[in-house]
Design a protein around this ligand. Structure first.
Ligand code: PLP
Length: 379
């Protein structure tokens, strides 16, 4: 581990602000206390495990999507491990069953195939089924688990009543960056379809996608919905946010390498939209850049682009008060969730280092990447 300052920070580098992470966690703690819900961290969205010592005291455990995430949760987080996968594999189920506290199947077929074996290996395992409430207000089809022909979760039509005796819980996940109003609508659909089964359950898992820590999120409504649900059915309620934990807790610090002029000014950075911030291309969304405005808003406009040979490796057009020059730092805001977990070594580009600014202000560089990380993935 390497102690640095803002100016000696390696580049590119993801920089987590521990104080901002704690701010999110304090809000979630309040929700847990007032609603009685249990809250898990979804490793799919945020898995910077060297920050887990900070997170652990606030949450009940992790939700994982298969063997590798379950192992990571067990090794680095402890507490409860809940594993759901769209489909489990024969060769992995034993180890997953050993590591998990809750095991959630996607279909009655997988439940029947694996549940007995899983229980034999770990008799304390609590078994669940993911259901599809067939209702979602997700903003984009690729983020809509309840869209047409979705493979995620069992529809009411495919529900198998003979499983009821063996099921401890039901799971749904139908939100994406959404407010508690959307949860209310999903819950109504969930209850309409699966309400008759809830009295047989010990727990209901409300999935992720709750944008709890976003400014303006209706926290009171979330608490009310959970309280009402718990009172009505007398079950444990779980939430499993990923994004909301890492929301606005840190940056991607990058450096200008060169300025190219071709009709417009283009700044080539030592990072990549494609490799390091893929959701800016896939989702897509525009990342905020510190001290920058939209194109034309400030005096000097640049297209910010990546250092790979992909023509479309572009973050977008931004304007600055001063001209950009090589060695200038460009800081992308809110780059903690769905970045590190998705990053690749595409085109041999170096993965950003990872650093944490601790509460007392000092910055620890906890990981740097190099040639080995690129080479070893390819054969
Ligand atoms: C992605 C996912 C989550 C976390 O979603 P966020 O949008 O990051 O809160 C939780 N549960 C399941 C099943 C998921 O697929």
């Amino acid at each position: 581990m390497n102690i640095v300052t803002d100016t000696t920070l390696p580049s590119p580098c993801w920089l987590l602000e521990e104080s901002l992470l704690i701010k999110n966690l304090e809000l979630i703690k309040t929700i847990k206390e007032q609603s009685g819900a249990k809250v898990l961290l979804a490793l799919k969205g945020y898995a910077l495990w060297k920050s887990f010592d900070t997170i652990k005291p606030y949450l009940n455990g992790c939700c994982t999507s298969g063997l590798n995430e379950a192992k990571l949760a067990h090794e680095t987080f402890g507490k409860e491990v809940h594993t759901y996968s769209p489909a489990f594999k024969e060769e992995e189920i034993e180890e997953i069953a050993k590591l998990s506290h809750h095991l959630v199947f996607n279909t009655p077929a997988q439940f029947k195939y694996f549940s007995k074996k899983a229980k034999e290996i770990n008799p304390g395992l609590s078994l669940g089924l993911r259901v599809n409430p067939e209702y979602s207000e997700a903003p984009k089809e690729i983020y809509n688990p309840c869209g047409i022909n979705s493979r995620l979760g069992t529809t009411l039509e495919n529900f198998d009543d003979t499983l009821i005796e063996e099921l401890d819980g039901l799971h749904f996940h139908a939100l994406c960056e959404q407010d508690s109003n959307a949860l209310e609508d999903v819950l109504n659909n969930f209850e309409d379809k699966f309400g008759k089964y809830i009295p047989n359950m010990k727990w209901i898992n409300f999935g992720g996608g709750h944008h709890i820590t976003r400014k303006g999120y209706d926290v009171e409504k979330l608490i009310q919905l959970i309280q009402n649900f718990k009172t009505k059915y007398n079950v444990e309620v779980y939430l499993e946010p990923g994004e909301a934990i890492g929301w606005q807790t840190g940056t991607l610090v990058t450096t200008v390498l060169d300025i190219v002029y071709n009709g417009i000014n283009i700044a080539i950075l030592d990072t990549s939209a494609e490799a390091h911030m893929p959701d800016t291309i896939i989702m897509p969304y525009r990342a905020e850049v510190r001290d920058a405005g939209k194109a034309g808003e400030k005096a000097y406009t640049y297209r910010l682009a990546g250092n790979t040979c992909l023509a479309g490796d572009i973050m977008g057009d931004y304007s600055f008060d001063k001209p950009l020059q090589p060695e200038d730092r460009v800081i992308f805001e809110d780059q903690m969730h769905y970045t590190m977990v998705k990053a690749t070594t595409f085109n041999g580009i170096k993965l950003p280092s990872i650093a944490i600014r601790r509460l007392d202000g000092h910055i620890e560089v906890i990981r740097e990447f190099g040639y080995k990380d690129f080479k070893e993935r390819l054969s």
